[in-house]
Design a protein around this ligand. Structure first.
Ligand code: ATP
Length: 437
């Protein structure tokens, strides 16, 4: 394969854009490269989405030029000498300045200084991610591979560029596992030793919450994170989520059941948007106490919404599962109350937990969940205003009456407004009789 043909794996539109940007770089007398994951993915013939460019020269000025020329949105991150462009057609492009990084302290963010493309590539995580394709006209499509990335891609190997790599930046531990599992590659033996060594030190502890969160959630967002999670367990890395996180046999079984539970959920409720990484975190902490979960939420600096999803609690999940699969006699309204504030993620967890244990009752739970999701849309015809018109004194009993009415609707005992009125009158009558005693 000629190097030029590497870029021919991109769409005609993207290739023309890159050619134009190369010409623009010539005008601005800077060298321009496509770099990192996109080069790796082109070589692997995998689909690529976003484009990462790097400029030997002033990347910020070049990014402004491109933004002006293409009417693209621009955000500049001075500290990291990078800019992000959003093109009108939805394409996202990062433009960075080639740089050297130095780590004053392990695990903290590095200081950066402009440097050559070779130096820029040498600070990268793995050889397979340390390649560039030049875009300037005279060398359009030429591959730069100073560290043997192509060779490692062929050998399906993940290899760090130097022995201190994981210690400089322990996020690379997670990245190594992510790429290893995504591509089905293996760690080069020396890299595996360095990784195990770095994992056994407490370097990850020094990562800030948002950086750890980013890595963990990216790993769990992979197409099939089950083996990656097993890898984390094997390397005793789950302790960085919480030192008392119990990675028991049953948690392992539930993790393994998640992909099928998610697939079923996605087929059955296509409109429900599931935060998949959070499901995996919930499963991993599904046998932990509320206190452990709360500490984990803080450590990972999860958002309020994610924290809320995580907080359903082991006991409530277990109780709901027991009740829903105990016997067929539970009423729809009872299911509704039992699951009232469960997030959809918690329902997927329920499904996965069930899958990992009593498979015979799966059909029952599925039916309950389908009915529950349908019942979420059920509303009573009568409102508080109607109750007032029926002569009921405003007060807390409105909530009780409307709740009973909703249960009756859900259980199919009433289905019209008139039936609701009869139901309310009858219920009030019973209450009065009871109060007369
Ligand atoms: P993905 O396909 O998951 O997006 P990617 O390789 O494109 O993977 P990014 O996180 O987008 O990953 O990073 C782009 C490039 O930046 C990487 O290919 C790598 O060259 C470099 N890089 C990213 N994170 C690190 C890191 N922690 N240490 C060194 N280099 C990194």
């Amino acid at each position: 394969m000629t190097e030029r043909s590497l870029l021919s794996r991109l769409s005609q539109k993207r290739r023309s854009l890159l050619r134009e940007l190369g010409n623009l770089a010539d005008e601005g007398r800077v060298s321009l490269y496509l770099v990192g994951g996109v080069v790796r993915d082109l070589l692997l013939k995998r689909e690529t989405w976003d484009l990462d460019l790097t400029v030997e020269g002033d990347g910020g000025a070049f990014a402004r030029l491109v933004a002006d020329r293409y009417r693209a949105g621009l955000a500049v991150f001075e500290r990291f000498a990078t800019a992000r462009l959003a093109f009108p057609d939805g394409l996202k492009m990062d433009i960075a300045t080639t740089r050297r990084e130095s780590y004053a302290q392990p695990a903290l963010l590095p200081t950066v200084q402009p440097a050559s493309i070779e130096e820029d590539l040498s600070r990268r995580d793995f050889t397979i991610n340390a390649m560039a394709i030049q875009l300037n006209r005279a060398r359009f499509g030429q591959l730069l591979d100073p560290y043997g990335g192509q060779c490692d891609l062929r050998a399906r190997v993940i290899r760090v560029l130097h022995a201190g790599s994981f210690q400089d930046d322990p996020t690379r531990i997670f990245r190594a596992i992510r790429f290893e599992q995504r591509f089905g590659f293996r760690l080069d033996p020396a890299t595996a030793r360095l990784l195990a060594q770095a994992a056994s030190m407490n370097l990850i502890q020094r990562l800030s919450g948002p950086r750890l969160q980013n890595e963990v959630l990216l790993l769990f967002a992979e197409r099939d994170p089950v083996r990656a999670i097993a890898r984390l367990g094997q390397l005793k890395l789950l302790r960085f989520l919480h030192r008392h996180l119990g990675y028991t046999k049953s948690v392992k079984r539930t993790v393994a059941a998640v992909p099928k539970a998610l697939a079923w959920w996605g087929r059955r409720f296509p409109d429900s948007v599931i935060d998949k990484p959070i499901v995996y975190l919930m499963v991993l902490s599904s046998e932990s106490s509320q206190a452990v979960v709360a500490t984990m939420i803080r450590r990972l600096a999860l958002s309020r919404e994610q924290a809320k999803k995580m907080s359903t609690g082991r006991d409530r999940v277990n109780r709901a599962l027991k009740r829903l699969t105990d016997s067929g006699a539970v009423r729809h309204s009872q299911v509704f109350r039992l699951l009232a504030d469960f997030s959809d993620e918690a329902l997927v967890l329920l499904m996965a937990k069930q899958r990992s244990t009593q498979s015979g009752l799966r059909g029952l739970l599925k039916r309950q969940l389908v009915a529950y999701m349908k019942n979420k849309a059920v509303k009573t015809a009568l409102t508080g205003r109607d109750l007032q018109a029926m002569g009921l004194q405003p007060g807390p009993q409105y909530t009780t009456v409307l709740g009973k009415l909703l249960d009756a609707r859900i259980d199919g005992k009433v289905s019209t407004e008139e039936e609701e009125r009869v139901f309310v009158r009858k219920w009030l009558g019973n209450q009065n009789v009871r109060n007369d005693y």
